[in-house]
Design a protein around this ligand. Structure first.
Ligand code: ATP
Length: 233
């Protein structure tokens, strides 16, 4: 599904990524873990073409993404739930969901408003509320719903539950678990390791712009050295 090889990215003269490698398959949930400032957001931005990579390769279902503009990358079937949510503040919840809805890949059963409301019933009752009046949890559910309305094959979440109350966090994790059964790959960045260990198949740990460890949940759960050294747990 996604194969990132030797991805190098600079901000001006400052190098942020030093050859990131990661790979996961269709239907898998993968995480990108690491302490603050290690390059998680830069990796996602480079995959999405939001930040221009200096070199390396990002293959999505065999197609090279490097060098393509962001909107083309999105149209290939990658939905991004960005850090900070970036809900349109002056559109209603319903308009936020419709504004960027698309089915470029011609999915047989595309996402609908009702399907999003089934996944997040709390959104149904807030349909006419303006984006800027929604709570953080509602905004995050909306950001996920908005990404799903583009009918992605890969969903990428940067800081999936940052700043959310524990109960709301659980709703996000339940939704991601429900999505897992739907032939959708998910790449998630988050700090809640306990929850990620339960829902993810594979983990990639990034340290100073390079992936230094990857493995399955069971391997990570029992590897005290890796947990301590790279995640400070
Ligand atoms: P966090 O969890 O704090 O968001 P992160 O792992 O996502 O961290 P990045 O935001 O990708 O890390 O940052 C990686 C490195 O790139 C850091 O050294 C950061 O200071 C630098 N960096 C990030 N964005 C920019 C930018 N727009 N201009 C210059 N340097 C940047």
């Amino acid at each position: 599904m996604l194969k990132v090889s030797n991805l190098v990215t600079h901000y001006g003269t400052s190098q942020a990524l030093f050859g990131v490698d990661l790979e996961f398959a269709t239907g898998e949930v993968a995480t990108l873990l690491g302490r603050n400032g290690m390059g998680k957001t830069t990796t996602i931005s480079s995959i999405m073409g939001i930040v221009k990579a200096t070199s390396g390769s990002v293959l999505f279902d065999g197609e090279e993404l490097i060098g393509r503009p962001s909107f083309r990358i999105a149209n290939l079937g990658i939905g991004l739930v960005p850090e900070g949510r970036q809900i349109f503040p002056n559109l209603s919840l319903r308009e936020n969901l419709i504004a960027t809805a698309s089915n470029h890949l011609g999915m047989a059963e595309p996402w609908t408003l009702d399907a999003v409301f089934d996944l997040f019933p709390e959104l149904a009752v807030r349909q006419s509320s303006m984006g800027n009046l929604l709570s953080g949890g509602e905004q995050q559910m909306l950001a996920i719903g908005r990404a799903l309305m583009t009918n992605p094959r890969l969903l990428i979440l940067d800081e999936a539950t940052e700043g959310l109350a524990p109960l709301v966090r659980q709703k996000i994790w339940s939704a991601l678990s429900a999505l897992k059964g739907r032939d959708l790959s998910i790449l998630v960045v988050d700090k809640n390791l306990t929850d990620l260990l339960k829902i993810a198949d594979r983990h990639f740990i990034i340290e100073r712009g390079k992936v230094v460890w990857n493995g399955a949940s069971d391997e990570l759960r029992t590897n005290r050295d890796v947990l301590h050294r790279y995640l400070g747990v």
